[in-house]
Design a protein around this ligand. Structure first.
Ligand code: CP
Length: 324
C-alpha cells in the first residue's frame, strides 16, 4: 500500500492518508498553504498563480459520493493554479452500465489527467487506484477510513488561530466510529504533537479506540475541560447499518454544543466542524455562528491547503515564510 517515490519535495506519488505522512511532509504542505493564503490576500479572487507547475495540466475530480466543500475547493484550487478540471460524476457515467472500478480507473487515466482526486464510499479505493495507475491520486475521502486533506486544513486552521499545533489539547466529539475526518485528524494531530481526546456515545466510538493513542470520554462536561480546540463531527446517518445509536434528542442533549454547554468549554477554545453540519444536533446556531467558531475559516483554508497539495504533488517547490 505504499506509493512509488516520486521526484517531488514530499517524496510521495499520491496523498492517500494522514497516517502515511510524517511531520516534515505535513509541515511542507501547511507552510505552502499559508504562502498561497498570504499571496491570495493581496490578490483579486480570480487571480491565477502562474508559476505553479500545475499550469496547463489537468486535475480529474472523481467523486462517487456527494460533496460541496471538498469537490468545489479542489476545483477552485486547480483553477487558481492554472489547471483544467475533468469532472466525473457516477450518476451519468458508465458505472451505471456495470463498468468496473478497475476499468473506470484505467479509462480515466487514458484521458491523461495529471492528478486524480478521488472520493469513494469504500475504504481503500484510493489505494487501489494508486496501485494500478501511474497518475498521482489524492484521497478526498474513502468510506469511514481517511480524509487527509480535511485533517490538514484543520491543522492549518488550528495553527492560524492558536499559533501552533504542538502541545495543543484537541477534543473530537461525536460519531468517531463512522468518521474519516476523526481518523485522519487523530493521525495528523498526534504526528504534529497535539494531545487528542475523543468523546461520544459508546455506540459511536470504534472498538479499542484508545489504541489510536487518544483519551476516551463519555461525558461532555469532563471532556471539554482544558481543551484548546473542540472539533465536532457530523452524525453520519447514511453510514449506520442497523447500528444502535442514541436518538437525535438524546444526542443533542448529552453531546451537542449549545448555549448552555458552550459555557463548559474554555473561553478561548476554537469550535470546529468539517461540515456539513446538522444544526440543532451537533451544535446550535448560536455556537455555529458564534465568536468561537472558525468553521468558515476551515472552508476558506481548504482552498489554500488543496492548492498546496496539488502544487507539491506535481513537483512545485515548497513555499512559505515564517509559519510552519
Ligand atoms: N468536509 C467535507 O468533506 O465536506 P463535503 O462532504 O461537503 O466535501
Amino acid at each position: 500500500m505504499t506509493s512509488l517515490t516520486a521526484p517531488n519535495s514530499l517524496g510521495i506519488k499520491s496523498l492517500l492518508g494522514a497516517e502515511l505522512l510524517d511531520r516534515g511532509q505535513i509541515d511542507k504542505i501547511i507552510k505552502t498553504a499559508f504562502a498561497f493564503k498570504a499571496a491570495s490576500e493581496n490578490a483579486s479572487p480570480d487571480t491565477v498563480f502562474k508559476n505553479s507547475p500545475l499550469k496547463g495540466k489537468t486535475v480529474a475530480l472523481v467523486f462517487f459520493e456527494d460533496s460541496t466543500r471538498t469537490r468545489i475547493s479542489f476545483e477552485v484550487a486547480a483553477k487558481r493554479l492554472g489547471a483544467n478540471t475533468l469532472i466525473f460524476s457516477p450518476s451519468n457515467s458508465s458505472t451505471k452500465k456495470g463498468e468496473t472500478l478497475f476499468d473506470t480507473a484505467r479509462t480515466l487515466e487514458a484521458m491523461k489527467p495529471d492528478v486524480i482526486v478521488l472520493r469513494h464510499p469504500s475504504a481503500g479505493t484510493p489505494y487501489h487506484f494508486d496501485q494500478i495507475l501511474k497518475v498521482p491520486v489524492v484521497n478526498a475521502g474513502d468510506g469511514f477510513h481517511e480524509h487527509p486533506t480535511q485533517a490538514l486544513l484543520d491543522l492549518m486552521t488550528i495553527q492560524e488561530f492558536k499559533g501552533k499545533v504542538e502541545g495543543r489539547n484537541v477534543l473530537i466529539i461525536g460519531d468517531i466510529a463512522h468518521s474519516r475526518v476523526a481518523r485522519s485528524n487523530i493521525y495528523a494531530l498526534q504526528t504534529m504533537g497535539a494531545k487528542v481526546r475523543v468523546c461520544g456515545p459508546p455506540t459511536l466510538l470504534p472498538p479499542k479506540v484508545e489504541n489510536l493513542g487518544v483519551e476516551v470520554f463519555w461525558n461532555l462536561e469532563e471532556a471539554v475541560k482544558g481543551q484548546d480546540v473542540v472539533m465536532l463531527l457530523r452524525i453520519q446517518f447514511e453510514r449506520f447499518a442497523g447500528a444502535q445509536a442514541p436518538s437525535k434528542s438524546e444526542y443533542a442533549r448529552f453531546f451537542g454544543l449549545n448555549a448552555r454547554t458552550i459555557g463548559l468549554c474554555e473561553k478561548d477554545a476554537l469550535i470546529m466542524h468539517p461540515g456539513p453540519m446538522n444544526r440543532g444536533l451537533e451544535l446550535s446556531t448560536e455556537v455555529a455562528d458564534g465568536p468561537q467558531s472558525v468553521i468558515l475559516s476551515q472552508v476558506a483554508n481548504g482552498v489554500m491547503l488543496r492548492m498546496a497539495v496539488l502544487h507539491l504533488l506535481v513537483g512545485g517547490e515548497v513555499l512559505g515564510g515564517k509559519r510552519g
